[in-house]
Design a protein around this ligand. Sequence first.
Ligand code: NDP
Length: 307
Amino acid sequence: SEGASRASCFLGRAAQGQELMAGLGARSVLVTGANRGIGLELVRQLLSSPDPPQHLFVCSRQPDGQRGQELRTLISNHPNVTMVKLDVTDPTTIKEAATYVEGHLKGTGLNVLINNAAIFTDLSLEAAHPEDMLNEYKTNVIGPLLVSQAFLPLLKMAAKGGSQKGLSCSRAAIINISSSMGSVELVSHTYIKPAVPYRCSKAALNMLTKCQSLSYKEDGILCSAVHPGWVKTDMGTQAASQCPHQIIWLQCWQVAQNTAYAITGGTRPQADLTVDDSVRGILSVLSKLDDRHSGILVNWKGEKLPW
Ligand code: NDP
């Protein structure tokens, strides 16, 4: 397919789910939206990787509430993990989180910031109201922008601190979890489902990633956008449940993942990737990123996707 031919695998067999768990080689990592879905699994796998971070900051907008329960249980026996309150739509909690993390790191800097938190609003061109667009932008674009701004001094500190020269996640990186639905070039393959607020927000996040990569290259900070696949999380399931019945569905996420079109007439499409496989892939890809991969959109399998 056209979409498939445009996804070039540049990281070899980076991540097919069977690979041994990869370590990032990062001393410190921060994950936003860590209380469920891909964020929670990132925490789980980072903790059980061969070289877990010495400092893992796991962020949630309600760390003490019911929503944070699973995360609290997961990290309960891990002294290297710190739970941090961070709502990406609230500049005050972002600033407080950065100050708190800075105090914890004691002058060593933050190696990896993973902007994972997001919302998904599936509305058509006709149904999307200004409020829907603004809400989506607030969380999915302005959130990562403000979080990156707040943690930039710590990322710069990490980049300067070590002896490494090139770009890598073991030195300093901003990883924006994006989506192939934000790819303008792939949109003719993915437009069966409009999700206009979400698409526009992820396209903007892709642009933000590119700008960050150019601006922070000289500072030694790698900046890449990662598409996790269509994953069985609350969001992935929500995406499926909002699809109309009885359509001929081109599994657009799969196109972007370089697999053949799967045409499933009359059935409701389902997220096809377990969160375990997606995150195993993402971590494997992250561990291999270098100067050549800053400012690109890459999927969980290590394939470069078009913007
Ligand atoms: P989920 O809906 O399962 O989880 C979303 C996470 O983001 C939750 O932890 C949620 O916290 C958090 N979050 C939402 N709003 C805020 C906020 N204002 N401040 C802080 N945290 C917030 O989504 P996934 O795990 O599936 O998605 C993770 C990332 O992967 C997202 O960026 C998404 O766009 C991307 N993605 C996912 C795909 C999929 O198929 N699942 C496909 C392509 C991309 P709370 O519990 O408080 O709401």
